[in-house]
Design a protein around this ligand. Structure first.
Ligand SMILES: [Zn+2]
Length: 467
């Protein structure tokens, strides 16, 4: 089954150029889809325990796709997985846009959890199923489709950057940006690795939370003691740790660490039923925190105990445990300085040391959030392109509660470039999970939106145009 005609992008009808690009993209989609399927058949899992030759193969396949569009292409490696950089020079006086995606994918997980073969793209209804078919090989193909729509002569310069290790944390991205930053200089950046609000409603991701992870150790004793002989008068490290962890939230479930930033998120329609359905929250369990649900996910801090070192239940002795250790993951406001947040958390933990126990805090890692300056001519052009590609539906600004390390890395390296975080995913995509899929109708809209955006970026210059 292919998307029905009324499911296809339409334009407002006032813009002949938009209609022309829409028709061109529609004609291109069968080829785009078959190239997407070929790319998806390469199991380019970037996790170390998987065969990394497949990641080399997907880099090579990506390079071939870009070369075929007339780009000058190189595969680069700076101590990590191969990234692909392709360049199409700008018409004189026109700006350059950098288009980002990644060609590596998450591990498949258990094959038994998949309803279709993991690396064989399979259409069911209006969705195409396979690992990586959405995250983020559809992002790669959206860039290729936009170039094809312009027959290799877009009115702006285009640099395509396709990373090979996003799913394992973009470890060598700083080195790549350092070594190849000059080739990547640009006026605007489109990072196609996020999601739309829902089927039929496009979105621009304008905020991402940052994060801080710490290990906290609570020491009550030099050595273990008989819990019968000393219990009731001598404290133990594990109970002390539990009491300390309990101070991290107030009675409503809001983070109780003072000094952390928070703000209200955009006012979008998202109900408790939506949350319950998306998260699979059991009927009796209440959401935690206060304020709008979206602000709790996007713009307020969160605190999660993600690990505890303690005697295992089966092996537990009647002992006062000397030391308790826990790892905490704190998500922070998009504009919070991670170092300031880490200090606030460390201070809170030390000040709440139970019963005079020794509290040690080690910051394991942190990451900066992102808050786009979502105004100005590039954003105006993007919003208009999305609106036209979605048949007159305006894009909404959304946040993402998690961090995307490469966004902060690009924002830091190119502080003057307008950054657009777009994506091909929708709430049913199940990126990273079994049965990942791409909505084919939405994918065509994504491709068209990007083709329209290239056409409309401020300062763009159609070939043959004079000053
Ligand atoms: Zn991704």
């Amino acid at each position: 089954m292919s998307p029905s005609d009324d499911d296809r992008p339409t334009t407002s009808g006032t813009d002949a150029r938009a209609a022309e690009l829409a028709a061109r993209v529609r004609d291109l989609m069968p080829g785009v889809r078959s190239d997407l399927e070929a790319l998806t058949r390469i199991p380019s899992v970037s996790l170390d325990s998987f065969d990394q030759r497949h990641v080399d193969d997907s880099a090579a396949a990506t390079a071939d796709l870009l070369r075929a569009e007339g780009l000058d292409v190189r595969v680069v490696r700076e101590g990590g997985r191969p990234a692909v950089i392709g360049h199409l020079p700008a018409p004189e006086g026109a700006p350059t846009v950098l288009l980002y995606a990644h060609h590596d994918v998450q591990p498949p997980g258990d094959d038994a959890d998949w309803d279709t073969p993991v690396f064989t793209p399979t259409q069911v209804g209006d969705r195409l199923y396979a690992r990586g078919v959405a995250d983020d090989k559809a992002g790669v193909m959206a860039h290729v489709a936009a170039l094809r729509a312009h027959a290799g002569r877009p009115p702006v310069g285009v640099t395509v950057f396709v990373e090979g290790e996003e799913e394992v944390g973009s470890d060598s991205l700083p080195q790549i940006l350092e070594a190849h930053g000059a080739e990547l200089e640009c006026d605007a950046i489109v990072l196609a690795d996020s999601h739309n609000w829902k089927i039929g409603v496009p979105a621009l991701t304008t905020t991402l939370r940052g994060m801080v992870r710490v290990v906290v150790e609570v020491r009550a004793l030099e050595h273990g003691l008989h819990s019968g002989l000393y219990g009731g008068v001598v404290p133990d490290g594990l109970t002390a740790l539990c009491r300390l962890l309990a101070t991290l939230h107030d009675e409503h479930g809001d983070v109780a660490v003072p000094g952390l930033r928070s703000s209200e998120a955009a006012d979008l329609d998202f109900s408790e039923e939506d949350l319950r359905a998306d998260a699979g929250l059991p009927a009796g369990v209440r959401p935690i925190g206060t304020g709008s649900l979206l602000s709790r996910m996007w713009t307020k801090p969160s605190m999660t105990v993600i690990g505890i070192d303690a005697p295992a239940v089966d092996a537990a002795a009647n002992l006062l445990t000397p030391v308790g250790r826990a790892k905490l993951s704190m998500r922070i406001h998009p504009e919070e300085d991670p170092a300031v947040a880490a200090d606030a958390l460390t201070r809170h933990l030390r000040e709440h040391a139970p019963w005079g126990c020794e509290v040690d805090v080690t910051v394991v890692d942190d990451g900066r959030g992102f808050a786009a300056d979502a105004q100005g001519p590039v954003y105006d052009a993007a919003r208009a392109a999305f609106r036209d590609a979605w048949g007159g539906v305006d894009p909404v600004d959304i946040g993402v509660g998690g961090s995307i390390p490469f966004v902060a890395a690009f924002a830091e390296r190119f502080p003057d470039a307008a950054i657009l975080v777009t994506g091909v995913e929708d709430p049913d995509t199940r990126a990273h999970a079994a049965n990942e899929s791409l909505h084919l109708g939405e994918f065509e809209r994504v491709c068209l939106a990007e083709a329209l955006l290239l056409d409309r970026l401020p300062g763009g210059r159609h070939h043959g145009e004079h000053e």
